[in-house]
Write a protein that binds this ligand. Structure first.
Ligand SMILES: Cc1cc2nc3c(=O)[nH]c(=O)nc-3n(C[C@H](O)[C@H](O)[C@H](O)COP(=O)(O)O)c2cc1C
Length: 209
């Protein structure tokens, strides 16, 4: 088995087993995480990270992130997506310059653009399910990053058409490819507290009024 595939497998098993947030950086160390964090705790402790160290993200870690993203559920199992991995400093800086809110991309050693591939989705109005499918993939990616000791933030593109146009001008996407977001990723240089968001008033049971 190729090393990359083995790395991805080991990391995926570690995530599934809840061996997360251990801070280990190499895929072979992922299986040796001593702190067992449950998947639930991984969800509850994830938060957007916008400052990163200079440490590179290994190819094995990128492979694990992509596998986690593509494990997401999709309508009709269409998997209407493509992932554009950015690890070239000049490219990252060019993308960061497209919007002030994308500054984290300019500080990150890695970013992944999650794109809808409308050609792979349903025809007609159900084609828009690509947005939910790619959002599910993005959340998987964010959670996997957190479980691997990485920090990440979702930087939104679609439906902000000015941002989409900037990416289109730079990457020359085919017309069926729509960038949903740019996920900036790196080893955290900050430890923000997870926000407390649970509000009982946002929950209703069985009837609205
Ligand atoms: C659709 C979407 C678009 C976002 N766009 C940006 C962005 O452009 N820049 C940024 O720094 N954060 C962006 N964020 C991150 C949010 O600001 C962040 O998720 C929110 O403040 C909640 O914080 P948390 O992720 O730490 O829970 C985006 C998040 C989502 C879901």
């Amino acid at each position: 088995m190729r090393t990359t595939a083995l790395c991805g497998l080991v990391a995926a098993i570690s995530i599934l087993a809840g061996m997360s947030s251990c801070g280990k950086t190499e895929c072979d160390k992922a299986a040796a995480c001593d702190a067992a964090v449950s998947p639930y705790e991984n969800i509850m402790t994830r938060t957007s990270v916008r400052q990163y160290t200079d440490q590179k993200v290994s190819a094995g870690a990128v492979d694990s992130l992509l596998r986690a993203a593509m494990a997401a559920p999709t309508a009709g199992n269409k998997q209407p997506w493509k992932f554009l991995v950015l690890d070239d400093r000049a490219v990252l800086d060019s993308v960061a310059a497209m919007a002030p809110a994308w500054a984290p991309v300019g500080r990150a050693p890695l970013a992944i653009i999650v794109c809808g591939d409308k050609e792979l989705g349903f025809p007609g109005e159900a084609n828009d399910f690509w947005i939910q499918d790619c959002s599910a993939a993005t959340e998987n990616l964010l959670l996997a990053a957190h479980s691997m000791g990485l920090g990440a933030v979702w930087c939104g593109a679609y439906p902000a058409m000015e941002r989409v146009a900037g990416l289109n001008r730079f990457f020359h996407f085919p017309p069926t490819i729509v960038p949903l977001n740019v996920v900036a990723i790196g080893y955290p240089a900050e430890t923000p507290e997870p926000k407390q968001k649970f509000k009982p008033e946002n929950v209703k049971y069985n009837k609205w009024q």
